[in-house]
Ligand binder design. Sequence first.
Ligand code: FES
Length: 132
Amino acid sequence: MRKYRVPLPPPPAKRYKLTLLPSGKVYEVDPAALPYSRHGLPGSVLDVVSAQDEHLIEHTCGGVQACSTCHVYVEQGAESCNEASEREEDYLEQARAVKLNSRLACCCVPDGTRDVVILVPEWNKNEVKENS
Ligand code: FES
């Protein structure tokens, strides 16, 4: 079995806005209030979104980096996000329609220096529902 070293990225150091597409919902992220939920790394996109909207980003494994259902595209602010770990990259390889700006929402932790725009692929949600 392959072993992974998964370093914990630092949580955001500043307040910032996370916009989720296609819904257009904006989340004001307050680093002092993290973690928001029990899903994903503290301060991750999944942590922020699932605290208010449990079903806007699918997360079959519960955010423990063991599936690829939380695949999202970072449309803006990628430079403020942690680098993908080897484990994340391995799971991303299993996702559909991977692009250069693909991330797993449970692993992607913005540092707060930029506002971030995240696009959730519609087909991702449909695939989970059809297979459940
Ligand atoms: S929720 Fe499973 S890898 Fe992110």
